[in-house]
Write a protein that binds this ligand. Sequence first.
Ligand code: TYD
Length: 208
Amino acid sequence: MGYLISFEGGEGSGKSTILKLLSESLKQKGYEVICTREPGGIDIAEQIRNVILDKKNVNMDAKTEALLYAAARRQHLVEKVIPQLERGSIVLCDRYIDSSLTYQGYARGLGMEDVFNINQFAIGKYMPDLTLYLDVSPKVGLSRIQKDDGREVNRLDLESLEFHEKVREGYHKLLEQYPKRIKQIDAERDIDMVFSDVLNVVINFINK
Ligand code: TYD
């Protein structure tokens, strides 16, 4: 069995850049690595995600959104993640259950426990083995996104600053709840410093 390592953080935390650097570096060291994000090119999960992120779906109920995320997660897990774990690969996943716990459970106010329960149904035993949380204040994160012209702005990016503050608060609660699984990284620093910390945490974990 490989390892499932998830990456979490608010908008503009630099997850995707860090993930690219990390997967290249681990591959160079000879590890079997795949880098993925939900819905991960899985057709059914892509279709579900299009519904969630479509800017015209302003009437989407918060529970509907949570259930759709869990459904997309399940499909991506079954079709892509589990087969790779069974081959012994390290699976690096850009967002996973903790995104739902904080965005839907905490920031949207559905309750982290209820959202945990529907996700538990979706993922079964596949909790992440390790989670890196890239911590950045929404002010810094959102200003990074606004500078990045190539990046598509989705429905969730358009939420208020207050919403993003809640997302961060939710992540901080999760850190308290899962101190062994989730490691916090200060992501307001230069990318090479962030990357060096991330690499250390991951290598230490794999070598344990
Ligand atoms: P994405 O374009 O992947 O953003 P990012 O580059 O920040 O990861 O958009 C994903 C958005 O969906 C992001 O705003 C977080 C949100 N999200 C949830 O609300 N719940 C979830 O379970 C997941 C996976 C994502």
